[in-house]
Design a protein around this ligand. Structure first.
Ligand code: GLV
Length: 319
């Protein structure tokens, strides 16, 4: 029997699966586990099942001890994990790709609709109790039909977002490290372009790339200036891909028409200027937040941990 530390609350089914084979120490507090408590609890762990709110770095790996074999993140993004530090210590790192693709693409599409059709503004207006009535020019937004979606990062979530946008009549361009499956590109009618072209031709730019040193502030003042003044930016990936101060100023100055954000540069803090602007939709990191998806993510993370503990390769390794 090995010792598995789970750093936050996860669906019960995943805990049961882990408990069937191992001793499980799962943080059950309503708030996130504090750093000190986390460092104390991981001592002697053979596996750590981590949430994206916890930093899994060299200090934590060393606090766990040399018996630690696997870190299984309950997320597809793993910028909270120091993967090279895991690799150096012979620790397997794993994530949860695939199972949250549709849920996250749904939120991206939701943000595209919310921002282009001004749904947040409309909701706020009704709730504020202000008088309103139907009007020919009242809260006019922008149609999607015939417009161009630029997908930055054409992995599973980018492709799933493109598929949804195509159903809304949008043309697709994308920027990605590699060419996608030609059959999928043909089905989507998707054309690969460089970031600069994508920014200049797109009516909506949706971010789906991983976060790391190469994508820090990928979208900054210069990139926002390259976008059409009628265009929208949507981010369901990771906050620091966008320079939030530059975005707030581009939105305020009308350099772009609007934005929809599910993630923030200094999460959970939101840049104070964004809170003052009508032309930005702000969601609290809900990309994968469905009962079904969170259950599937936790089960996959449990499977990753269990596989490594029984000497096998995990279903979704990172390193
Ligand atoms: C959520 O943000 C994830 O990376 O799974």
């Amino acid at each position: 029997m090995s010792r598995v530390v789970v750093t936050g609350r996860v669906p019960e089914a995943a805990l049961e699966k882990l408990r069937a084979e191992h001793e499980v120490d799962a943080w059950q507090g309503p708030e996130s586990i504090g750093r000190e408590e986390l460092l104390r609890r991981v001592a002697g762990a053979d596996a750590v099942v981590s949430l994206l709110t916890e930093r899994i770095d060299a200090e934590l790996l060393d606090a766990a001890g040399p018996q630690l074999k696997v870190v299984a993140n309950v997320a597809v993004g793993y910028d909270n994990i120091d993967v090279p530090a895991c690799t150096e210590r012979g620790i397997v790192a794993a994530n949860t790709p695939g199972v949250l693709t549709d849920a996250t693409a749904d939120i991206a599409m939701g943000l595209i609709l919310m921002s282009t059709r001004r749904l947040g503004e409309g909701e706020r207006l009704i709730r504020s109790g202000q008088a309103w009535k139907w009007g020919m020019f009242f809260l006019l937004g922008s149609s999607l039909q015939g417009k161009t979606l630029g997908v930055v990062g054409m992995g599973g979530i980018g492709q799933a977002t493109a598929r949804r946008a195509k159903a809304f009549g949008m043309e697709i361009v994308y920027q990605s490290r590699s060419e996608i499956d030609p059959q999928i590109a043909a089905e989507l009618g998707a054309r690969r372009v460089d970031l600069n072209e994508l920014l200049t031709v797109s009516d909506v730019v949706s971010l789906h790339c991983p976060y790391g040193p190469a994508t820090h502030h990928l979208i900054g003042a210069e990139q926002l200036a390259a976008m059409k003044s009628s265009a929208y930016l949507v981010n369901t990936a990771r906050g620091p891909i966008v320079d939030e101060a530059a975005l707030a100023s581009a939105l305020r100055e009308g350099q772009i028409a609007g934005a929809g954000l599910d993630v923030y540069e200094h999460e959970p803090r939101v840049h104070p200027e964004l809170l003052e602007l009508e032309n930005v939709v702000l969601l609290p990191h809900l990309g994968s937040a469905t009962v079904e998806t969170r259950t599937a993510m936790a089960m996959l993370a449990a499977d990753n941990a269990l596989a490594v503990l029984s000497g096998e390769g995990p279903p979704a390794p990172i390193n």
